[in-house]
Design a protein around this ligand. Sequence first.
Ligand SMILES: [Zn+2]
Length: 425
Amino acid sequence: MKLVYTPDLKSCGSNTVWVRFPPAALSRSLRNKSGDWRNWLACLLWEQEVAGSNPVSPTIFMKPKFFKTITGQKIPLPIFFPDATRAVLKTLDSADIENTKTPGILVNTFHLNNFPGTSVIKEHDGIRNFMNWGGGVISDSGGFQVMSLAKTFKTKKSPVSDIGVNFKIPNTNKKILFTPKTSIDFQMVLKTDMVVVLDDFTDLDADLNKQRETVERTILWARECKKLFDKYKIKNKPYLLGVVQGGYNLELRKECTERLVEIGFDGLGYGGWPQNADKTFNYNIPKIIGENCPDNYLLYGLGVGKPHEIVKMVQMGWNIFDCVLPTRDARHKRLYVFNAKTIDDIDLSDDKFYSYYVPDKEIHSHDLSPISTACDCLLCTRYDRSYLHHLFQIGDMTAGRLATIHNLRFYSLLMEKLRPIYGSI
Ligand SMILES: [Zn+2]
């Protein structure tokens, strides 16, 4: 057993003291005691250690500074990986992505498992060689797509059981059983840097019973995925990420977090989009997850997000993000622009640090200025607003390519500017 603490251990605050992996039975019995069982146990061990009577050697868990790839790279945190769902960022090749200083990408397990499938990826010895991509790669579990597809077919019997998800591939008669093993095995074939466990999605309108059921299944599958993952005895293993479910129920989210930490992962993310009734981002969910896992955990904001949401999450200690927004928006004429005049002047403490540029009016065809003077991308350094407007007007795919390059550089610049903030928390 390890006693883990931060410098203000003496206060024994609930967020500063960690005892990792107590036996499950012990932690269950301690949880029934009044107060936080971690405080109770950590204070006890601390007192014994101070008295010199306990051989427990404390370990300080530090906040991670880097995302390590299985190829040996150390990418400084925080990071934003755009969604290359089917092993491509639409309109860009891998060299284009590199030139935007984007350090990594997210690929989708379900789609790549369907096409090109295991044999082709194996022939390339992983997704990196397939794409000739040298940066980081995260794979998702495929669960979100599987659940969404399965639930579109109205059947009497639920397509989701403890074994996995039964569903029919659209436009075919092919039936598939997608299990924790399907997900882990294929992610290991992809050879990504972070493998995500399969989870049971809590629907936004689920009642308490259904919320509880999805959390229990999420824990069951997380345990199964961990066992399967541990069987891979390979050098340079990827990170393994647990996924916290529980919908809007903060107590359930907390419990799910604690039980996943007991199983033991390299980091946690949340499942289900944390959204308030007015569609704004619900920060209470990432907050409660962050407060209930050890400091050395990677915290992954799956599907986040808008630039101001990322800033707020980084201030809360979250360090990995992915989202379709910059690439999808680019193809729909929506470009992100820092309001500062130069890269040095970008000030993230100002709430209105960015705005959108949408070249859809005639006036834009006469604008000879760059998209943004606070950007050093191909589009901003080589072409003007008038030319981009023209490319969109004639429907040339170069417009989508240049706009995507710009938006990706906006996000990589954003993360560069956030590193000092992350380092100071
Ligand atoms: Zn640019």
